[in-house]
Design a binder for this molecule. Structure first.
Ligand SMILES: [Zn+2]
Length: 95
């Protein structure tokens, strides 16, 4: 079985071909339990590490990787335009 880091790098290589842009993801993926990440299946931290819950799907990982390729995403802009950013990368629930 592939590690989440290996899977993330494969998906990101495809995103590079399809979406392009610059990837700011740190290259690190951390897996957390539901109790330590109760509100989200995944999150991209402001240091650009990706944290995923152990019950997430590949859609969540793709969603967080797309945030990494979002042009000029700054914390103030995210809080102001959160709905636009989230709609653009998809809701992360997949199906
Ligand atoms: Zn998101």
């Amino acid at each position: 079985m592939k590690s989440f880091n290996e899977l993330a790098k494969e998906i990101d290589a495809r995103l590079d071909e399809v979406v392009g842009g610059v990837q700011r993801w740190s290259g690190r993926v951390f897996i957390e339990s539901v109790s330590s990440l109760p509100d989200y299946y995944g999150v991209k931290r402001w240091n650009c590490d990706i944290w995923l819950r152990d019950d997430c799907t590949v859609h969540t990982l793709t969603h967080e990787l797309l945030h990494g390729r979002s042009a000029g995403l700054a914390e103030w802009a995210y809080s102001t335009y959160r709905a636009i950013e989230e709609a653009t990368v998809g809701d992360g629930t997949g199906d």
